[in-house]
Ligand binder design. Sequence first.
Ligand SMILES: [Zn+2]
Length: 217
Amino acid sequence: MKYIDLHTHQPTANPEVLFVYNLRAGSQRPADLRGPYSYGLHPWDSMQRELIELIIQLKTDNQLFFIGECGLDKFRGAALTAQKQILEIQLRKAEELKRPVLLHCVGCHNELLQMKQAFHPKQYWVLHGFRGHPRLAEQLLKAGFLFSFGTALFEKGGKAGQSLQILPQGSWFLESDDSALPIQEVYRQAAALLHCKEAELKSRLYQNFMLKFAPSK
Ligand SMILES: [Zn+2]
């Protein structure tokens, strides 16, 4: 069973790792790259509004596993109202193509909670790079969000680690994102925080990934 890297910006040649390569709208997929990818308009690119056309035109493809990363960022990109409009188009696209969504969220969890209540999506919404407080994690879990944890798990006594410890199995995944850290290290750290065997974690996350995210068409 392979390691799952739910969200990465750097492909690895390691055959032990199944990774979801993130493609930002407007950039090209490396020609030799096969396998799962996500496609979305990042909030940091939201000033280039014309890129949304690429999302609107996006077609189903069995290697397209997620729409994203997309989301909201209080500190970067276009004004929040514009970011919300751009995000809504992507959320609708995800429903149309029947793909889960990978969300980037900085300082906008309340906005996302409101959007989820208004939207009633059928697809999973996954908060990537989660580093929030366990209380926030609980609130988001109740609203049906899933989570993905990365390098924040290495912060000693950090909120990400505490959130990981209180969230139920099946509600979260692991990722390397834009760090140079191999995903195996993130698994090791998560296993240490949870006092469980790495092999057990590996098989659990693999099965959960296949169950929830492998596209049916
Ligand atoms: Zn990322």
